[in-house]
Design a binder for this molecule. Structure first.
Ligand code: AMP
Ligand code: GLY
Length: 424
């Protein structure tokens, strides 16, 4: 198989690694990739926002499968353009990707198909007063979400009514541009969060090892929301009973519902959940693999991932491509630039990766090459993933491996994986 992988983050580095370890893959191209991905895949300079250019590349290079990593190209309809051109793609249509690109749409779908989630109401900037009135009568905490894609920043868990009102007013005033012209106001859910990825062919699915992310910037789940500061998998809070409920109460009815809506879901359905007393409720859907969960999930996956994704893309999922979803336990510690998720400096030389790789896998996220040197180039710079037999060993190894890596303003959380130890 010849594969084109779209994206440039740690998630795509993990997908690339799974691709090159498969005997089904003859060639792997990436657009745009990153310095880590580019050591195992062939970099192309096509503009991923230009669908015509992507299609021409695929035709010229006889691409058998396109794997789309990030949400924006999906929301922009890259999968539809490729399918129309007869190119196989692992990634949902623009219509199905609305499960991520419109929170209001996702809530309506969940309500229509009886999928357990928080109670909610939708408002647009034209009925601002109604939204305020609704918040005045709502208990706190309460959750206010911008409807559209806001790079993970469009969600405010408000402790007070005033905070909630300010949040909704800021959204309606254009803080997130068009993404905030509508908002969802929803009930606050308690419990433990987890992420489950379902690989879907439109009608059937297989789930990968459940994972947990660490979204806040600081230890103890304090500080601002980030893209994710670390992950581990499998997450035992999703035990067999819970996973079974997620299959039957969430993923199966959703796939059925999306068919009814004429928007069958082909790709990775990311189910973000709150689990309370073994009862899962959906916090969000994403239409793609999660980052940094994927780095952990794919590091313990055993089987032929690219063949599995191809089988989804052709509408005939082949579960025999999975040997084991969790061969060991993985812990991923993200090394970030101090200041992230706000402003931070870039361009600092990175050393010590080869040493770290003696014990762990190092996934590149925000790195680049400048004057022949590897330097920092983003908020999340690297992910260090260790796989061991137990979570505590995986945590210990990931932290000891990342000690060898140095760059100025290196910042990381010191408690990644800790919340999983209680379930071991
Ligand atoms: P989202 O982008 O929808 O995943 O929201 C970002 C984060 O806000 C989630 O990971 C949760 O930690 C939190 N959150 C979102 N919705 C709720 C909710 N209904 N109850 C409690 N926390 C929530
Ligand atoms: N780690 C959360 C996300 O990918 O959205």
């Amino acid at each position: 198989m010849k594969i084109l992988l779209i994206g440039s983050g740690g998630r795509e580095h993990a997908i690339a690694r799974s691709c090159v370890s498969s005997t089904s893959v003859e060639r792997l191209y990436c657009a745009p990739g990153n310095p880590g991905i580019n050591t195992i895949a062939e970099k192309t300079d096509i503009d991923i926002n230009n669908h015509k250019e992507v299609i021409e590349f695929c035709q010229e290079h006889e691409i058998d499968l396109v794997i789309v990593g990030p949400e924006q190209p999906l929301a922009d309809g890259i999968s539809d353009a490729l399918r129309i051109a007869g190119i196989k793609v692992f990634g949902p249509s623009k219509a199905a990707a609305r499960l991520e690109s419109s929170k209001g749409y996702a809530k309506d779908i969940m309500q229509r198909y009886n999928i357990p989630t928080a109670a909610y109401r939708k408002f647009t900037h034209t009925n601002k007063d109604e939204a305020i009135e609704y918040l005045r009568n709502h208990s706190t905490p309460v959750v206010v979400k911008a409807d559209g894609l806001a790079a993970g920043k469009g969600v405010v868990v408000a402790e007070t009514t005033d905070e909630a009102i300010s949040a909704v007013l800021e959204m309606f005033d254009g803080m997130f541009g068009a993404a905030g012209a509508s908002a969802v106001i929803e009930e606050f859910l308690t419990g433990e969060e987890a992420s489950v990825f379902a690989l879907c062919d439109g009608t059937s699915f297989v789930t990968l090892a459940p994972a947990q992310d660490h979204k806040r910037a600081l230890d103890g789940d304090l500080g601002k929301n980030t893209g994710g500061m670390g992950s581990f998998a499998p997450a035992r809070v999703v035990n067999e009973v819970v996973l079974n409920k997620i299959h039957t109460q969430v993923i199966a009815p959703l796939l059925q519902g999306m068919q009814t809506e004429n928007a069958p879901f082909v790709g990775c359905l990311f189910v973000g959940l709150m689990i309370d007393n073994n009862e899962p409720r959906v916090v969000e859907f994403n239409a793609r693999f999660g980052d940094p969960e994927t780095q952990s999930v794919l590091s313990v996956f055993e089987g032929d991932l690219p063949k599995l994704l191809h089988s989804c893309a052709v509408g005939a999922i082949d579960p025999t491509c999975v040997t084991s979803t969790a061969n060991g336990v993985a812990c991923t510690v993200v090394l970030a630039s101090k200041g992230y998720p706000d402003s931070f400096e870039k361009g600092f030389p990175i050393t010590g990766i080869l040493d770290a790789e003696k014990k762990a896998i190092v996934y590149h996220a925000g790195t680049t090459i400048k004057n022949n040197m590897l330097v920092t180039n983003g908020g999340r710079v690297l992910g260090v993933t260790a796989v061991r037999e137990t979570l505590s060993n995986a945590i210990e190894t990931a932290y000891s491996a990342m000690e060898s890596i140095t760059f100025e303003n290196k910042y990381f959380r010191t408690d990644i994986g800790k919340k999983g130890l209680q379930h071991e």
